[in-house]
Design a protein around this ligand. Structure first.
Ligand code: SPV
Ligand code: MG
Length: 551
């Protein structure tokens, strides 16, 4: 915990002494504690009943107190709100209780409640009237010992009066509450197992707000909460409801899976695996990894593959083009593996047509539902949040030699496009013809060439194209920012849905962004018809260097 932030004990004390009725929800492990906090509760009840039940044991001090403290530690770690531990009888005499207090404070637990029964206790709802009560003086000594031991003055010790449950009557309950309060208790928990709140309300009236009063209305649950407010109850504990809810859900799911021998019916009715990750704080770890484990930041990649593509209808009946296998592996998996091998592990795939058929692990799927009526630009827009400071943007069905990716990752330019200066003569879409500041003279290694324009026109401003964009680019630093700005501006255009990537690139150039060209000569392939598949298989096997049949 941040040493500047107020202690959890202080937060619990604030709840106890607030002038309105406050609420604690039961939790029994890290995840239920986090769920309680997310729901809005300002504090947690570390219930003895549910802590034992989640271990599958009875609420009879069958768990050791060190097990309880360990469990509380994970609840405390998973949350920022205070926990009031149901400390049963204090797990022994005054001396055991002192040690418990020290251990609880070390784990930032806000307070502990002890009840005036004898160790080992039984849950109050089981034979409550037959359980012996503690000697008043001895119990007061325990409270005093606890108060003398705590090092944080705000740590709360709550004394729980069992006299009503044990059938000893109202006067005895009030007498005990008074003695415990005088011994130093910060609040009194008055417990009842009646199914109406009459005796609790009477106790509250006679107690007359001498110190904060806590109740546990498990049995008299039908009482309107307004009644508790009017009676001046400080804290209401909903004592076991997360555990009971999860038991009902687990029984239902277990039965269903057992009977159907399938997961089909339960999926959709239960929390997603991603929700589990979220509750575990997986995002924080990813952020921390970025901060602590990468001295050189790693690029991410956005792969565009939402449309079905033309010319391959027979192969794309039940899958998108990027899932067509080449040499036994879908195109997308090939590309994902190549990228991962180069440290590009943050992969985002924009899918649309038959997205359900995408079976590639380790990629984040982003769905463009409008894939039928929109172009690549709309797909990129749906993934724009993922275009970070350094990002490769690639057609997801691209087949390319690894060295081209290496060269792309090596370039220093803010925006760079890979242009093939000797594209295949095979019939293919001419949409991505590149007009550059100079042709590829193949004489200079890593020449600095700028892109002037990219289009489907084979003669732009009377010039012949210098090559063809292969559908791979990288933006980094200011270039990534420039792409974001240009994309947001273009998104306002009424025709934005129809735009392709070349439109965005031209728009960036028009806005004054310098777009560099990385020239290559072959060594990549796009698949546009069935015949290309044979070439692709040979290319993938390393037997062909380009899509163009070799002379
Ligand atoms: C618990 O939650 O463990 C309690 C409250 O002690 S009760 O079960 O109502 O006794
Ligand atoms: Mg209990």
């Amino acid at each position: 915990m941040n040493p500047q932030s107020p202690s959890r004990a202080k937060a619990l004390r604030t709840l106890l002494t607030s002038d309105q009725t406050e609420f604690l929800l039961e939790a029994h492990n890290g995840i239920s504690a986090r769920i309680a906090e997310e729901a809005g509760f300002k504090g947690i009840w570390g219930s003895g009943l549910t802590l034992s039940a989640q271990f599958g044991v009875r609420d009879n001090n069958e768990m050791s107190w060190t097990q309880i403290v360990d469990q509380l530690e994970s609840m405390s770690d998973a949350t920022s709100i205070p926990i009031l531990l149901d400390g049963d009888t204090g797990y022994g005499d005054f001396n055991n209780f002192r040690r418990l207090i020290r251990k609880l404070e070390q784990r930032q637990i806000g307070g502990v409640c002890i009840e005036d029964k004898l160790f080992p206790k039984t849950n109050s709802f089981i034979q409550g009237d037959r359980q012996p009560l503690a000697d008043v003086d001895e119990f007061c000594g325990k409270i005093q010992a606890g108060k003398d031991t705590q090092s944080d003055p705000d740590f709360c010790i709550v004394a729980r009066v069992e006299a009503l449950i044990a059938g000893w009557g109202m006067d005895e309950a009030l007498h005990r509450a008074d003695a415990y309060y005088r011994a130093g208790a910060d609040a009194i928990l008055i417990h009842s197992r009646k199914n109406n709140a009459d005796e609790i309300i009477e106790f509250a009236q006679r107690w007359n707000r001498r110190c904060p009063l806590i109740i546990v209305p498990t049995k008299y649950y039908s009482t309107p909460t307004e009644v508790f407010r009017r009676a001046g109850i400080s804290v209401v504990i909903w004592a076991n409801h997360q555990l009971r809810a999860s038991i009902a859900a687990m029984q239902d799911t277990a039965q269903q899976i057992f009977q159907s021998q399938s997961l089909v019916d339960s999926e959709g009715r239960i929390a997603t695996v991603n929700e589990v990750f979220r509750l575990q704080g997986a995002d924080e770890l990813l952020e921390a990894e970025k901060r602590y484990t990468t001295s050189v930041s790693r690029p991410s990649a956005v792969l565009l593959g939402a449309t079905r593509g033309d010319g391959l209808e027979a192969l794309t009946e039940d899958r998108p083009k990027m899932m067509i296998p080449v040499g036994g592996q879908p195109l997308l998996r090939r590309m994902a593996n190549k990228l991962k091998a180069r440290g590009v592990v943050d992969l985002h795939v924009v899918a649309g047509y038959r997205a359900d058929a995408i079976d590639v692990s380790g990629v984040n799927l982003i769905i463009n539902d409008q894939y039928d009526d929109t172009g690549e630009f709309a797909s990129l827009l749906s993934a724009l949040d993922q275009v970070g400071d350094d990002c490769l943007i690639l057609y997801a069905d691209l087949l390319v030699r690894g060295y081209i990716l290496d060269d792309l990752l090596d370039t220093q330019a803010d925006v760079v496009l890979v242009v093939d200066s000797a594209p295949s003569k095979r019939s293919s879409s001419a949409a991505d013809l590149a007009y550059c500041s100079r042709p590829d003279d193949r004489g200079m290694y890593r020449q600095t060439v700028e892109l002037n324009h990219i289009s489907a026109t084979s003669a732009w401003e009377g010039r012949a194209p210098d090559g063809r964009w292969i559908g791979a680019m990288r933006v980094s630093g200011d270039g990534a920012q420039a792409l974001q700005t240009a994309a947001h501006a273009m998104a306002q255009d009424p025709n934005a849905d129809q735009f392709g990537m070349p439109d965005l690139i031209n728009h960036m150039i028009d806005r004054g962004v310098t777009v560099q060209v990385l020239y290559i000569n072959g060594h990549w392939l796009d698949i546009n018809n069935i015949d290309d598949l044979q070439l692709a298989a040979e290319f993938a096997a390393g037997r062909r260097s380009t899509g163009q049949p070799e002379a």
